[in-house]
Design a protein around this ligand. Structure first.
Ligand code: ADP
Ligand code: ASP
Ligand code: MG
Length: 604
């Protein structure tokens, strides 16, 4: 029986901690084979980054990998010595010595395959094998040292567990497991005994750094049992559970097909509300009105526009369209008027044409920007216009005209090489026996920026153009919002597109789009950095009316203005001003009753 255990930075932050962890490993090793993956000690990696930045503001990525990979090398040697001191035979190995073969991309290489021979040899000899996390070696001729991206030791551990066909992978960290939110911001956060891979994938990509999203992706794809637990206690921690996956080869481990199915739903209708005043409480009023009627809302998008008025668009089941539109109409007077009458009167528009939602289902979509770009390109080539877009780590959906649905599904099946048999009507997907909670956890990401491109011609291919250009630079995007409002520019119907990117990539994204805007004659490109994104995640929110309303009400009660809203099947995200981020997270966590009576203490 083989088990892979990973110990993060804080868990091995001092010699005392390394000795304590060695005791733990010795215990496990008494009746099992153990492979241990470790991170650099404490904040070593941050320290190395700082050193590099003292020499260069833009250091060469190859040298950066050379530098950062040293952190883990210190820990493996010390851990191996600590085990040997306890009389446990142990050997340390770097990523290169194991043969953790990656793409030849510095600073965020994906794992291609892992050679298991050397590790197996040592295990046969009864040794504990201590492997350096976060690092690999490129498949190219020069066998360069690569790193997997910050937080990547989790990914090393789960990939090793998959390659070695371990019984399970345990991730030991400084908190008791996966909590309802980051205990450093909300100390009353509660431990969950279980979470699904899909929920954890969303959370991880929305800012919960307790697990590297790519680690969860590998666990899901290979059905590897994954547990997150504290290296300070003997509590059982949190299990990350997944459905039994299809068999996958261990070659191209992290390059596997990210899309496993196409879904469509023709039971959708859309409503837009335009020119709403930009003040706290507008979304709350609207969606609580709708929740009172027990109407299930699917997608919601809201974006602010020039002149500071808001548009909100949302979809509901066809049979509830009239009822939902009546609520929207009735609520309009209560939303107030725009202070400046020239900004236009608030109005409700119901979409006359029937619409359909077509989705890619899989894992790791935000992390692979090419996927969404390819979806948009495929639809554009087929002449399908996209009405609304919703993105997430496990699903990318486009709302299209119902008459284009079949064409869209067919061309997407072909482009992503998924079987037509995989197509399901998404509304049927929610009939599980045991209902998961509507909101499992909440997350905050304060390292986000907002970009908007104004006045883009409203015709097929525009989303493909924008997100294709960004994907070429490997820039991940989230919360894509196409305005429902149209402008006529020189006789051409145009719309705005807004989205969020990480602050680290915002400047590159801005430059790319500003150049494209000049070339294609789009309007202005606007970058705003001071934003925060708060999100709620839970697979039980499917077919559970009122979750969005509850989130918006919590923000409204705290007088927090919502700048953008975007939802996907199991998540709702709101962009707020950066200084409101922490307050927003705390308010939402409380509103969903996620707080416990005990306070979580995180070791320093
Ligand atoms: P390690 O060094 O062990 O890899 P990390 O710092 O990467 O640890 O991840 C653990 C940290 O993740 C916790 O200390 C906590 O502050 C943060 N965190 C954020 N969201 C959550 C969450 N939902 N549950 C648990 N921890 C979280
Ligand atoms: N040491 C690396 C980092 O700090 C990898 C890890 O700890 O997972 O990002
Ligand atoms: Mg980590």
């Amino acid at each position: 029986m083989l088990i892979v255990q990973k110990y993060g930075g804080t868990s091995v932050g001092s010699v005392e901690r390394i000795k304590a962890v060695a005791q733990r490993i010795a215990q496990t090793a008494s009746d099992r084979s153990v492979v241990v993956v470790v991170s650099a000690m404490g904040k070593t990696t941050d320290g190395l980054v700082k050193l590099a930045n003292e020499i260069s503001s833009n250091p060469c990525r190859r040298e950066m990998d050379m530098l950062l990979s040293t952190g883990e090398q210190v820990t493996i040697a010390l851990m191996s010595m600590a085990l040997q001191e306890l009389g446990v035979p142990a050997i340390s190995l770097t990523g290169a010595q194991v043969g953790i073969v990656t793409e030849a991309k510095h600073s965020h290489a994906r794992i291609l395959h892992i050679k298991t021979e050397r590790i197996e040899e040592h295990l046969q000899l009864g040794e504990v094998v201590v492997v350096a996390g976060f690092q690999g070696i490129s498949h190219s001729r020069h066998q360069e040292i690569t790193t997997l991206g910050r937080g990547g030791s989790d990914t090393s551990a789960v990939a090793l567990a998959a390659a070695l066909q371990a019984e399970k992978c345990e991730i030991y960290t400084d908190v008791p497991g996966i909590l309802t939110t980051d205990p450093r911001i909300v100390p009353e956060a509660q431990l969950m005994s279980e979470i699904t891979c899909d929920e954890m994938l969303e959370l991880a990509s929305l800012g919960a750094k307790v697990l590297h999203p790519r680690a969860v992706e590998i666990a899901r794809n290979y059905g590897m049992p994954l547990v997150v637990l504290s290296s300070w206690s003997d509590e059982p921690g949190t299990r990350v559970v997944s459905a039994i996956p299809k068999r996958r080869a261990l070659q191209d481990l992290e390059l596997t097909k990210p899309v496993d199915a196409i879904e469509y739903d023709t039971n959708q209708a859309a409503i837009s509300m335009l020119h709403l005043p930009d003040s706290p409480g507008v979304a709350a009023k609207l969606f609580s009105g709708i929740a009172v009627q027990n109407i299930d809302v699917d997608l919601i998008i809201q974006s602010i526009h020039e002149s500071n008025t808001n548009d909100i668009a949302f979809t509901v089941g066809k049979d509830t369209l009239k009822q939902a539109a009546a609520v929207a109409d009735a609520i309009l007077p209560a939303l107030g008027k725009n202070s400046d009458p020239s900004l236009g009167e608030p109005e409700v528009k119901t979409e006359e044409r029937p619409i359909a939602k077509v989705s890619l289902v899989g894992a790791g979509m935000i992390g692979r920007p090419r996927v969404a770009a390819k979806m948009f390109e495929t639809l554009a080539e087929a002449g399908v216009n996209i009405v609304m877009i919703s993105t997430s780590e496990v699903k990318v959906s486009c709302v299209v005209d119902a008459e284009d649905c079949e064409k869209a599904v067919n061309c997407l099946c072909q482009a992503f090489d998924v079987d037509v048999a995989d197509i399901s009507i998404s509304s049927a997907a929610s009939e599980s026996e045991e209902l998961p909670p509507p909101v499992r956890a909440v997350a905050l990401d304060i390292k986000q920026a907002r970009l908007a491109v104004r006045h883009i011609p409203d015709r097929p291919g525009m989303a493909a153009k924008i997100f294709g250009l960004l994907a070429q630079q490997n820039i991940s995007i989230d919360m894509i919002i196409q305005s429902q409002r149209c402008h006529h520019v020189d006789g051409v119907l145009t719309r705005d597109i807004a989205f969020t990117v990480s602050q680290a990539e915002a400047e590159t994204a801005y430059q790319t789009l500003a150049n494209a805007a000049l070339e294609f004659g789009w309007g202005e490109v606007v970058l705003e950095s001071g934003i925060a994104k708060v999100s709620v995640v839970g697979s039980g929110m499917i077919a559970h009316p009122g979750v969005a309303a509850q989130m918006f009400e919590a923000l409204s009660a705290s007088q927090i203005n919502i700048l953008m809203i975007a939802t996907s099947e199991i998540k709702i995200s709101c962009v707020v001003e950066e200084e409101d981020g922490v307050k927003a997270l705390q308010a939402i966590h409380k509103a969903f009753g996620l707080s416990g009576n005990e306070v979580i203490k995180v070791p320093a």
